[in-house]
Ligand binder design. Structure first.
Ligand SMILES: [Cu+2]
Length: 301
């Protein structure tokens, strides 16, 4: 009778913590910034999965500890040592096999999603000849053609973007529901391309092209940050990112005046401002690079 009761209790306990873990996993989606790319959905799925698994393990262990405290308490005044339960092969096997399976599952699932994210890294990059009709030259990845290639140039401390029309601009505009390849490169030190809503964080290596492929799905304005400590002003190394309809994107590309202008660059402005420092340390700092000239087709070497 006692055994049946325990088995029933265990079954109910497992069902309850499974329910709670699933709920926490669903809640985990709301802990993240909005999903602005199709890739973000995939990343959030694994995050949600890990949140569920973590919750299940936490509740499972806490439940067993509470059950032991309640049911295995020594009677009042009994100060003798408890039975030294060790060397149970069944328990040891269970305790080794289950986590191993879990870790392998998470590893395989993560690798699968990583593969899907098409982070091409330092592999040989076939540059698209954008001006040619899409059907002729675009590289097909899982059936969806890449329609745009935008070069992202990082330098201490500013971003510039080279669009298919070979003009540099200091804002990243992306047509929605198109598959876009961003080719990242740095002019000086290591930088990091990071847009939280895209769930992409990609390091940028000086003088090396690294490509990532993204699929923006949510219109809006976002902020590109530098995820690497690339010098004194790395925190100021930010740029506006716009995901918009194809039509709006084309209009922006067309409308952007070709009047070469100096890009706004907070890092370049700050040293020129009157500093409010209490004392001058006389420490040398890395002078930020000159702001990029944007809307200027001459700047492409
Ligand atoms: Cu940087």
């Amino acid at each position: 009778m006692r055994k049946t009761l325990n088995a029933l209790l265990l079954a109910v306990f497992i069902a309850v913590i499974l329910g709670i873990s699933h709920w926490v996993g669903q809640e985990a989606y709301s802990w993240m910034p909005p999903q602005a790319t199709a890739e973000a959905k995939r990343v959030d799925e694994i995050f949600s999965f890990l949140a569920s698994v973590g919750t299940f393990i936490f509740l499972g262990i806490t439940g067993v500890i509470l059950y032991s405290i309640i049911t295995c308490r020594a009677p009042k005044g009994d100060w003798t040592h408890g039975h030294p339960a060790r060397g149970s092969a069944k328990l040891e096997t269970l305790w080794t096999v289950v986590p191993t399976i879990l870790v392998l599952w998470v590893a395989l699932e993560s690798f699968h999603i990583y593969e899907e994210l098409n982070i091409l890294g330092l592999t040989q990059i076939v540059h698209l000849h954008i001006e040619e009709p899409a059907s002729a030259n675009t590289v097909h990845i899982d059936g969806k053609p890449i329609t745009q290639e935008i070069r992202v140039i990082a330098s201490q401390s500013g971003w510039s973007f080279i669009y298919p029309d070979k003009v540099t601009r200091n804002e990243l505009h992306l047509p929605m529901n198109d598959r876009i390849r961003l080719v990242l490169n740095s002019e000086d030190v290591l930088h990091g391309f990071y847009v939280p809503e895209f769930r992409f964080k990609q390091d940028i290596v000086p003088k090396r092209d690294i490509a990532i492929v993204i699929d923006p799905i949510r219109a809006g304005q976002y902020r590109l940050n530098d995820s690497q400590f690339s010098g004194t002003n790395f925190a100021l190394m930010q740029a506006n990112v716009f995901v918009e309809s194809r039509q709006a994107y084309d209009q922006w590309l067309m409308a952007a005046t070709n009047q070469p202008t100096l890009a706004s660059n907070q890092a370049a402005i700050e040293p020129t401002q009157q500093s409010k420092r209490i004392f001058n340390s006389h420490w040398q700092t890395v002078q930020p690079v000159e702001p990029t000239i944007v809307n200027d087709s001459r700047s492409i070497t």
